[in-house]
Ligand binder design. Sequence first.
Ligand SMILES: [Zn+2]
Length: 164
Amino acid sequence: MNQFLSRRTFILIPFMSFLKIIFKPLQVLASSQASKEDWNLSKSEWKSRLTPESYFILREEGTERAFTSPLNNEKRKGVFQCAGCGLPLFLSDQKFDSGTGWPSFWDSIQGSVETKVDFKLIVPRTEYHCSRCGGHQGHVFNDGPLPTGKRYCNNGLALRFVPD
Ligand SMILES: [Zn+2]
């Protein structure tokens, strides 16, 4: 009997921690989906909110020409927000000069962006977008600086800089 109990405990403990792992992300997901619905705007609603250039980037996964964004040379302290919904995506401390002609970051604010793989250039690339409104931001590559080794290559037109 004792043996049976201890065996059951053995099974229960990992099972309970497994449940914790499963249920925690579900709660987070539920709250992010609730706010996502507020941003489920129609094409014409987005068009009235955005400039045609920002609409092309954010809603049609466009890419601006390199070296065209004034945010390339932005070096002040502050926050880079999604130009679609205002969600803070990057901190100025996460920005670095990649020399590519697009604002670049080695990390994003936790939970602010989501990724998917796209094949627009045939070679698979990791696209990322605002986790709240779904607006396309750019692509993330694995050739960035330490500590993450990531390079978030962002369209300046998809961002709004708010200095501290
Ligand atoms: Zn957004």
